[in-house]
Design a protein. Structure first.
Lengths: 336, 326
């Protein structure tokens, strides 16, 4: 029987307390898929040891010895969650790749619903979005929402609100995006270079680590880093807006100059303060010109930057295997 | 072919190492053995197209190899088969010719093994993981070879013939995945070298795969180092073994394209084939790797190949003889 393979990728930094439970859940999912006898198979669970600061490497070594489908990739130093995720994706070979956090906030039981959502709505990427509050504190939830709203406005893409590290991606798209991802690009923005078939599924996500320890995997500094990468990898819409405003100011100054010249010629007595009008028009003209030229220069820079980052001219995809999962969609149905 | 005669040293007995097939892989292994053990190196003519001539040449070779085995009971013979004249796209007729040659060489080894049962006798076959497991993902120790084209059938048949041999020979089978290496004149080159070469020449590379196709690539120097160590350290008296020499990290063709572009510092031109048969992924699990095997970093090796190609002028010499992914 032709198979559809699923890979999971989990960056590991401080997950020794959770990895056994996560692996047990993945094993249970793998066994249930095998029992169902369908085409879907959990091919591999890839754990990327991002120079973990606890006993995670030892736990991972044990898990790898226990389960042949567990793969462990060791990074030479701590590179951060984003590069570790990219490294894991580049080691995957599944038709679909899911990225999960180490602390069971992203439970493997949600993987099949995510896949069903992807197949039913012909998505290449599906993000898991929390149904309700994730962090159990009003401040954390509010700041998280505010952060996403702000970044969505800055990059001019409402899709940013859906971005989540718990995502299911078509393998070929995920690996292509990972191939061109650098330390300065935001992986989810890069994904959108390869597909615009992106969706989200609301799921009951709970920040288990935060509930247990009061600590979050994200710090203010890491959130700033995320925002910086997102801005660098996107065509920043506010800057384009600034250039457009410059063009408007330039055009207005030219029109006003003509008007003032006509006024000066026909009714010079109406201009009461000598020099003021020409000064304002000169400022408007040169200010608008500067803003316009600055905007054009930024457009050039943006195009060069995106090219340097590897934004593809095109990408070929094969969605032919999706038909194999039609029975899965019928069985589980979809939320919408 | 090349005959290496290692006079021994330390705990190592004197040994004859005939190497059949001195293309990309065979010549790299010869170089690795030579740089470590400094054996006598003789290039011996062997016809691959004339069976009668080949038989005479093998008889002469057999007589030469038998001489030191007669003189010293501690001496050994290690036959390395690294020939691959029939490439991935070989026809039935081409593989038949290669299979006949293989049988002749195996026959010679069996005769020598029966004449000198106390000598260390080893046959080291470099097979092909790509040919045997084409279309299989996450190949592990339980995976069964299921060749899909004549080339894979040839490799499987060679393995079967060696395994079925009743002569007292230590049988070692190594299955490298897609091998890449430095550009050499008149040698078949693989995908990576083709991309580098055509990138340097601003030419289009025609790739027999999809952008998203997954493959496993191993550097020829990694294989050469590993096999040379096996050839020099193995006493050729142990159990038979089979191992896959893989990177065990899948690479999409798109990822390779981006790596080459990064090294070259410019866009390269690639034309992909949309033949469904070329879309099949081949990936491997870590569990198939033998102890002591190490695969080096691909992006660093692409940089090495590029620098060597430019420095040696190979990038601007003759065009590649044949594009092949095996």
């Amino acid at each position: 029987m032709e198979k559809v393979y699923l890979s999971t990728v989990t960056p590991v930094y401080k997950g020794a307390d959770y990895l056994r439970d996560l692996c047990a859940e993945l094993a249970a999912l793998r066994a249930s898929l095998a029992d169902e006898g369908g085409p879907l198979e959990l091919l591999e669970a890839i754990f990327v040891n991002d120079s973990a600061v606890d006993e995670s490497p030892e736990v991972l070594a044990e898990l790898q010895a226990e389960h042949p489908w567990v793969k462990v990739v060791h990074l030479s130093r701590n590179f951060g969650q984003h590069p570790a995720t990219v490294a894991g994706i580049l080691h995957s070979s599944g038709d679909w790749v899911a990225t999960l956090d180490e602390d069971l906030q992203h439970h493997p039981r949600h993987l099949v619903p995510l896949l069903v959502e992807a197949i039913a709505h012909r998505h290449d990427v599906v993000y898991a979005n929390a149904e309700g509050a994730v962090h159990q504190t009003v401040f954390r939830n509010a700041s998280s929402r505010l952060y996403k709203t702000l970044v969505a406005w800055l990059v001019g893409s409402p899709r940013v609100r859906q971005f989540n590290s718990f995502r299911l991606m078509r393998g070929s798209v995920a690996r292509a995006a990972a191939s061109v991802s650098t330390h300065d690009t935001y992986f989810d923005v890069v994904l959108s270079w390869f597909t615009n078939r992106m969706g989200a599924l609301r799921l009951p996500l709970v920040d288990v680590r935060s509930m247990k320890t009061g600590q979050s995997g994200y710090s203010f500094r890491s959130l700033l880093g995320h925002a910086r990468r997102m801005l660098i990898s996107s065509e920043i819409k506010p800057l384009r807006f600034g250039a457009a405003m410059g063009m408007v100011a330039l055009a207005a100054s030219v029109i006003l100059s003509v008007g003032v010249l006509i006024l000066k010629a026909i009714h010079p007595e109406l201009i009461l303060v000598r020099g003021w009008t020409s000064l304002i028009l000169a400022i408007a003209f040169f200010g608008g010109l500067n803003a316009l030229l600055g905007g054009i220069a930024i457009e050039y820079l943006s195009a060069l930057l995106l090219q340097a980052h590897g934004k593809p001219t095109f990408f070929v995809i094969d969605r032919g295997k999706d038909r194999l999962l039609a029975p899965l969609v019928e069985k589980y149905g979809t939320k919408k | 072919m090349i005959l290496l005669t290692d006079s021994g040293g330390g705990n190592r007995p004197s040994c004859s190492i005939p190497v059949f097939g001195v293309g990309l892989l065979g010549s790299a292994i010869v170089n690795a053995v030579t740089s470590t053990a400094h054996p006598r190196v003789e290039r011996i003519p062997l016809s691959w197209t004339d069976p009668a001539l080949q038989e005479r040449q093998l008889q002469e070779l057999e007589a030469r190899i038998a001489a030191p085995l007669q003189e010293s009971p501690a001496a050994c013979l290690k036959v390395l088969w690294s020939a691959g004249r029939a490439g991935f796209a070989a026809t039935e007729a081409e593989i038949a010719v290669e299979l006949e040659s293989f049988q002749a060489v195996l026959g010679m080894t069996e005769r020598l093994a029966r004449r000198f049962p106390d000598a260390g006798m080893g046959f080291y076959l470099l097979s092909s993981a790509g040919g045997l497991f084409e279309g299989q993902r996450h190949v592990d120790q339980d995976s069964k070879p299921e060749p899909r084209r004549p080339y894979g059938v040839l490799k499987q048949r060679q393995e079967q013939l060696l395994a079925a041999s009743g002569a007292p020979i230590t049988k070692r089978i190594y299955r490298p995945t897609s091998v890449y290496g430095y550009l050499r004149p008149n040698q078949r080159i693989g995908l990576i070298s083709t991309l580098i070469l055509n990138g340097l020449r601003h030419q289009v590379s025609n790739i027999t795969a999809w952008m998203s196709t997954l493959r496993d690539f191993v550097f020829v120097e990694d294989i050469a180092r590993y096999i040379s160590r096996v050839l020099l350290e193995d006493d050729a008296r142990g159990e038979e073994s089979t191992a896959v020499l893989a990177h065990a990290k899948p690479f999409s063709i798109f990822e390779i394209e981006k790596m080459v572009e990064n090294v070259l510092g410019r866009k390269i031109y690639v034309s992909y084939s949309l033949e469904p048969s070329n879309q099949e992924d081949i990936t491997f699990s870590h569990s198939v790797l033998p102890p002591g095997w190490h695969s080096s970093d691909l992006s660093s090796n692409i940089s090495l190949i590029y620098k060597e190609a430019v420095a040696s002028g190979a990038a601007f010499g003759q065009p590649p003889r044949l594009l092949d992914r095996s």
